[in-house]
Write a protein that binds this ligand. Structure first.
Ligand SMILES: N[C@@H](CCC(=O)N[C@@H](CS)C(=O)NCC(=O)O)C(=O)O
Ligand code: FES
Length: 109
């Protein structure tokens, strides 16, 4: 495995919920990323985020790692859930909340 893939693997296995985004949760640099931050805040689960605008190797590596060409990318327990459209749809249908509950990811205190 290449170094970048190892780094990604460590990141997505290091936290239950990982968001690769443009900007930060406090200062998102794109509306798509902001939308997923908003969903996660609504659901109330803690998440780790990485800013792909700060790291071109990560930005490129993730597209190949997950075969997913855009950001945001949301991972739960090491698996890609999807981007903005998928996350929003899953939130609206309740599927996202169900997935998180099934994986034992609890709300922030
Ligand atoms: N429909 C996409 C919207 C996300 C999107 O189109 N992202 C673009 C613009 S922010 C992107 O990441 N392009 C590749 C790049 O900037 O490296 C989704 O559901 O996540
Ligand atoms: S940065 Fe332009 S659409 Fe995301």
């Amino acid at each position: 495995m290449s170094t970048i893939n190892e780094r990604i693997r460590q990141q997505i296995e290091g936290d239950d919920v990982v968001l690769y985004m443009k900007g930060t949760p406090v200062f998102p640099m794109c509306g798509f990323s902001a939308a997923v931050v908003q969903v996660l805040n609504q659901v109330g689960v803690p998440f780790q985020s990485y800013n792909v605008l700060d790291d071109m190797e990560l930005r490129q590596g993730l597209k190949e790692f997950s075969n997913w060409p855009t950001f945001p990318q949301l991972y739960v327990k090491g698996e890609l859930v999807g981007g903005c459209d998928i996350v929003r749809e899953m939130y609206e249908s309740g599927e996202l909340q169900q997935l998180l509950a099934e994986k034992g990811i609890t709300h922030k205190a």
